[in-house]
Design a protein around this ligand. Sequence first.
Ligand SMILES: C[S@@+](CC[C@H](N)C(=O)[O-])C[C@H]1O[C@@H](n2cnc3c(N)ncnc32)[C@H](O)[C@@H]1O
Length: 350
Amino acid sequence: MLMYRYIGNKAKLTPYILDKVQQMIGDTGTVADIMAGTGTVSLELRKKGYKVVASDVMTYSYHHLNVNLCMKKPPEFLGLKDIITDDSQCMYESVLKYLNCIEPKKSFFYREFSPEGTPRNGTPSRKYFTSENAMRIDAIREKINEWIDDKLINKSEESLLKHTLIMAVNEVANISGTYGYFLSSFKKNSLERLELKPVDFYDDNNEGHVIKLGFAENLAATIKADLCYIDPPYMKRQYAANYHILETIARGDFPDAVGKSGLRDWWDQHSKLCTKTKGLQSFEKIISDMQCSKFLISYSEDGLFTLEQLQECFSKFGNVLVQEIDYNRFRSNDSKLPQKLKEYLISVER
Ligand SMILES: C[S@@+](CC[C@H](N)C(=O)[O-])C[C@H]1O[C@@H](n2cnc3c(N)ncnc32)[C@H](O)[C@@H]1O
């Protein structure tokens, strides 16, 4: 699978997480992953044979989860058979070939996120993508919108195409780790041509998973599981701000691009867990509302809350145990933060 640079992505920590899940509930059962992000942990849980209830507040996560949990092969894209007549064995690959070749278009991404664009709010042009790549993204995402409007693709096909487009966009974005801002000059990867590449599929245990979109605080009461894994944001910076461009691709909309960096308005996805004032209350609401008696929480040494604060909060619900893991942190390229860091895996049993 392609590398997904996402703050807090647990790709390197999944072995520890899965060991702990296995210790706590054994080899079978339902695990909730309620801040699922890229879907990395959910996919590993699926591979181990668990049923997964996964959710996140970001729309892109919803599409990643649809692919990671519910697909074992690409859907058939039957609605596009009249448009894409290619003799390749796999319709998904034919669709990608078609989208890779469509005429680039000067539209929203070109105007707001490329150096030749003229942002609507009058700020200087932005350099998230080369003008060529921005035009390709415009053409591809508007074609996907057209297929959705004409009912030529279903929900799974939409998720797979958006997932594939996001993976391709991550490869050519001119950023240092997050989409919070763009770099002043184009770096090597961003000069490459944007290309949709077929993603990998895992061919077992794709039935019975549930995917939801929304705040964990609101969904908790609707979720029943043997264990709930919580991987919250650690910092003040909101995911909705850091990954605004991925959200725009996932939603397929045309929001106002605000300020110099062109962020969409993200207030509807603002997370209380990124605030010192409301974060602990959110944890309490989630744990008390969820139909579940075992929780596993990831947290980082340099997070908003100290380990002691978290322990105090969680001990209201039951027994708390902490495992410490030494970890090389995610850093944006120009970060001066030290590289070594402790990660905590906190288990709570009611
Ligand atoms: C540390 S990341 C999770 C990373 C994930 N485990 C992975 O491997 O990709 C935290 C996630 O929590 C989500 N989030 C933040 N606040 C939330 C809330 N209140 N409810 C649901 N999701 C939330 C963010 O959108 C982000 O994807």
